[in-house]
Each structure stands twice: as structure tokens, then as C-alpha cells.
Design a protein around this ligand. Structure first.
Ligand SMILES: Cc1ncc(COP(=O)(O)O)c(C=O)c1O
Length: 358
């Protein structure tokens, strides 16, 4: 039975975005970042559609195992690495590559007695100050990893940008310089750029890039459209009108009476709420598209419903579709109405939403 709310995943757009990224990567290999269920798009679906990727990036062990169980055979990198010996053994069993970012992980690898030889990514902290070894410790950490009989080609170096989405921040150039200084004497393959690094900082270089958001057709730069970067939206989130009614001037709608009709109005009730992943904090005036026209949300987002003021639209009837974001409404624009970024909206799309792949 088809559900009232659906996320349609356009794999042709996904592949076109990947091709755009390939071109921009100019020979660098591409790790397609599919963590967090491919930013809400369905990780197995995305990995299957992007079979041309050189590798996939996930955050956690369970995400990597799920991809293997879904039949993905390409290299998979655990961007947070592992935390325990048991996790290390499971990562070995599933041939997962590990990011090594703190001394405890080095010690676990040194104690590893299994036959599997891990492919490893030594992570350097060049300014994010979250994960990674200080650049000054890079050579010592590399020596310890090299002593584990990791084939040289399977030992690589990476870092992560903190502010690459700010085109005028000097921080990214500083991070690149600090990474290059640490990496040069080590002679390993490197990876620096996320989506913003790839589109905004061609000087970032390296041998591998790690785009996530851009794959899904979203611009990493606030105020710059995806289309201007040559990207097309992959997810269209559509729901259904479940009721319409007249609201007299002066009457309130929804919890807390947040919106009061300033004129006699017609409203449409839509099957979408925070249980589907919408932000409760979406403000009044956030657009939805019904019958090809924008209508503003009115009242609070509740668990299962939102309400749109359709007074200025042609007649709206029960059963009609309403787009919440996608081709007609950039998800980044909706995110701005909730004081957040597209990342959060996409990742929040809940299991109650039917995923349809085209
Ligand atoms: C280490 C790492 N690399 C790459 C990415 C992809 O970033 P983006 O989605 O901004 O391209 C992420 C995502 O947060 C990450 O944590």
C-alpha cells in the first residue's frame, strides 16, 4: 500500500552529480560519502547507483557492515574508525578500511593478531580539533602504522576542513598549508576535500576527494544555488492533502494558536510532521508547493500534520500532492526557514517516509 508521504530518489540526478564531481575532481579518486543512510537517501540504493565510485565513506561500523550485507564490494572507509577489539575484528571480517585518529586505535591495531591486513587512513588534525593526530605527531604515527605490515599503498593520510563552506575564510588555506607541510615528507596518498573543499578550494589537491552533500544535489555554500554549481536535487519529498477547510478571519490554527487568520482563509492539512522528519521549528511562511504554486505553512508543525494557507491558490482538494522540497523547492531554502542546513533536514527523514527510487 503506498504511503501518504514519499521521498522519491532520482538516481539519474545522483549519477549526473557524480559525473560532475568526477570532472571537477580532475583525476583524483572519489570516496562517495554515504553515511547516515546516505544523508537520508538510502545507503544501499545510493551505493548501487554509484557503482562507479572508487570507495564509499560511512561514519560507523554498523553502516559499513550493512553495505557489505547489501552486496557492496567496493572499498568502504569507516570515517570514525573503530573503538574496541570486537569492532576491529568485525571490520576485518567485512574488509572495511579504517580511519585512525587517536592513540587507542593505534594500540588496538598493534595488538591485532588476525591475518587480515587493514587499509588505513591516518587522520591529521589541522584545525577542526575534533578527530586526528596533531600534524607534529604525523611521522611517529605513520611509523607505528607502517610497522604493522600494512602495504604502503594501503596507508594513506587525510584531514577534514572546518570552514571550507566559507569561501572568504582564511582558515581553509591555513589548513591546507599545515596538512601539506606534514604530508610532504611522508610520501603517502592524501585526501582533504569534502564537497565545499572540492567546489570552493581547487588548491586543496590530494589524491582522493570525499564529497557527501554535493552528491545529493545540494550546494555546500549558503546563498549559492545547487544549479549554479551544476548539481541537481536527488530527493523530492512529497506528501498528500488530507483535509481542506475554511477558517474565518480571527480564528487560530493548530497547537498554541500560533497562527491567526488575518482574513477569511482556506487551508489545506498535509500528512507530514516531525515524526516524518520535518523540523518542529519550521517557521510560519515556509513554502510548500501545491498545484505548482507556493503556499505558506501556517501554525505549528505537529507530529503528523502541517497546514498550508491555500487561499490564493486554485481549488485544492483532498488527495492532491504537495511538495515539501525537491525539484521545485530547494531543500536548502526550507532549511533556512528552520534556522538550519540541508544536511539536518535530509538526515532527519524518518523510516515512516516511503522511499521510491526512480
Ligand atoms: C571526514 C568526512 N569527510 C567527508 C565528509 C563529507 O562532507 P560533505 O557532506 O560536506 O561533502 C564528511 C561529512 O561530514 C566527513 O565527516
Amino acid at each position: 500500500m503506498s504511503r501518504l508521504i514519499r521521498a522519491v530518489i532520482d538516481t539519474a540526478a545522483l549519477r549526473a552529480n557524480f559525473d560532475r564531481i568526477r570532472t571537477l575532481a580532475a583525476g583524483r579518486r572519489v570516496i562517495a560519502v554515504v553515511k547516515a543512510n546516505a544523508y537520508g537517501h538510502g545507503d544501499a540504493t545510493v551505493a548501487r547507483a554509484l557503482a562507479a565510485a572508487d570507495a564509499f565513506g560511512v561514519a560507523r561500523l554498523d553502516e559499513g557492515v550493512a553495505l557489505r550485507e547489501a552486496g557492496v564490494t567496493r572499498p568502504i572507509v569507516l570515517l570514525e574508525g573503530i573503538v574496541t577489539r570486537e569492532q576491529l575484528a568485525e571490520a576485518a571480517a567485512h574488509r572495511l578500511e579504517l580511519v585512525v585518529h587517536e592513540p587507542g586505535q593505534l594500540a588496538l591495531l598493534e595488538a591485532w593478531r588476525g591475518a587480515h591486513r587493514f587499509a588505513l587512513w591516518l587522520k591529521l588534525d589541522t584545525g577542526m580539533h575534533r578527530l586526528g593526530f596533531p600534524a607534529a605527531e604525523a611521522a611517529a604515527a605513520r611509523d607505528r602504522l607502517a610497522a604493522l605490515a600494512v602495504p604502503a599503498a594501503q596507508l594513506r593520510l587525510m584531514t577534514h576542513f572546518a570552514r571550507a563552506d566559507e569561501r572568504d575564510s582564511p582558515e581553509t588555506a591555513r589548513q591546507i598549508a599545515s596538512f601539506e607541510a606534514a604530508a610532504a615528507p611522508l610520501g603517502l596518498e592524501t585526501s582533504l576535500a569534502n564537497s565545499a573543499g572540492l567546489f570552493g578550494w581547487p588548491v586543496a589537491g590530494g589524491d582522493w576527494v570525499r564529497p557527501g552533500l554535493a552528491l545529493y544535489g545540494v550546494s555546500p555554500f549558503v546563498g549559492e544555488s545547487a544549479a549554479s554549481l551544476g548539481l541537481a536535487p536527488v530527493m523530492t519529498l512529497t506528501t498528500t492533502v488530507i483535509a481542506t477547510r475554511a477558517v474565518a478571519r480571527g480564528e487560530c490554527v493548530g497547537y498554541g494558536g500560533l497562527w491567526r487568520a488575518a482574513r477569511d482563509s482556506r487551508i489545506a492539512v498535509l500528512a507530514a510532521g516531525y515524526a516524518d522528519g520535518l523540523l518542529r521549528g519550521l517557521e510560519n511562511g515556509t513554502p510548500v508547493v501545491i498545484r505548482g504554486q507556493r503556499a505558506p505553512l501556517v501554525g505549528r508543525v505537529s507530529m503528523d500534520m502541517i497546514v498550508a494557507d491555500v487561499t490564493d491558490l486554485p481549488p485544492v482538494e483532498v488527495g492532491m500532492p504537495a511538495e515539501l522540497w525537491g525539484g521545485a523547492l530547494p531543500v536548502a531554502e526550507i532549511a533556512a526557514h528552520g534556522g538550519t542546513l540541508a544536511y539536518e533536514l535530509l538526515c532527519a527523514v524518518s523510516p515512516r517516509v516511503e522511499r521510491i527510487t526512480t
